[in-house]
Design a protein around this ligand. Sequence first.
Ligand SMILES: *Cc1c(COP(=O)(O)O)cnc(C)c1O
Length: 376
Amino acid sequence: MAVAETKPTPIPFVDLKAQYHSLEQEITEASAHVLQSCGYILGKEVGLFEQEFAEYCEVAHAIGVDSGTSALELAVRACGIGPGDEVITATNTFIATVLSISHSGATPVLVDHDPQTYNIDIGAIERAITPRTRAIIPVHLYGQPADMDPILELAQKHNLIVLEDAAQAHGARYKGKRTGTFGHAAAFSFYPAKNLGACGDGGMVVTNDPQIADSVQMLRNYGQRKKYYHELQGFNRRLDTLQAAILSVKLRHLDDWNAARRRHATLYNTLLADVEPVVTPTVADYAEHVWHLYVVRVPDRTSFMQYLGEHQIATGIHYPVPVHRQQAYENLGYAPGSLPISEEYADHIVSLPMFPELTSESVHYVVDTIKAFFQA
Ligand SMILES: *Cc1c(COP(=O)(O)O)cnc(C)c1O
């Protein structure tokens, strides 16, 4: 089968320019307002955005920080997790999840994932629990909520803290409830390519626990509640006023953007259903997925990606090396083959173009090209 004659212009993996242009005037106005006010550090826009984001997530408190990585680490520290503690998380995640554990002095315990949903394997969590276990960090990977009920049950049984890594799941729901509301706290990232992205770095801790909120607020700002009176050895990890103002503009569009992602994912699923070598994503019945990434598995990934690239279609791999096999975590001593599902999947996963402004013509073109690849 030949690839469609009317070849669209190159299809990027994400298209930040399209989103910027659609909101250019509002973003410029919001930014100019901050620049003129000169309230660059913890200006009033930070508090406003925190309030809006807390409302959006249906939680009591939101504390803006300078990245998703900081949000995770400050949440870990605010829960008093540190040296001697073990924290269980999935190995098939972005490295930041695990950095938040080791940077706070605790020991990461990495486990495999469910082969259908790619989210943390519940049985594996249970087997990894020891007397030193203090917390579990489920990651809502690719925008699909982890199976929270059994995780919370295990946590209750063993008296463990649960922190959600919601960096890829702004607006997703589990059994009707927003991600970010299940654990003791949750971390979001506003890295530009996330479902809600700033024009730079940013992050947020959300929680219903006033004590965790209070600690994170101090930790992000030199450990002070009152200027120059330091209760804790804190950090400088604040959300920029400029980014907060821009994020307020963008938050109003998040639900529409997530709906567009869902439409693209549904179309991909439908069109790829009969393309036999491609394993499409499974959506759990409890999940309202927000499709940060659309990830498939294919037998020969290198030639697959090369073929798509030759046809002007950008792809990605999330992630090529599971964390337990990264050089940075050699010290944890995981042998090759120790977490076999993630290791096998890491060699076959490919992320297809996914962003709100993608058109259905582009999705058709991507799938036609994939079909042509398998028929060649
Ligand atoms: C993006 C991401 C982070 C880190 O967020 P940054 O804002 O880039 O620091 C953490 N965890 C996951 C799962 C992510 O995708």
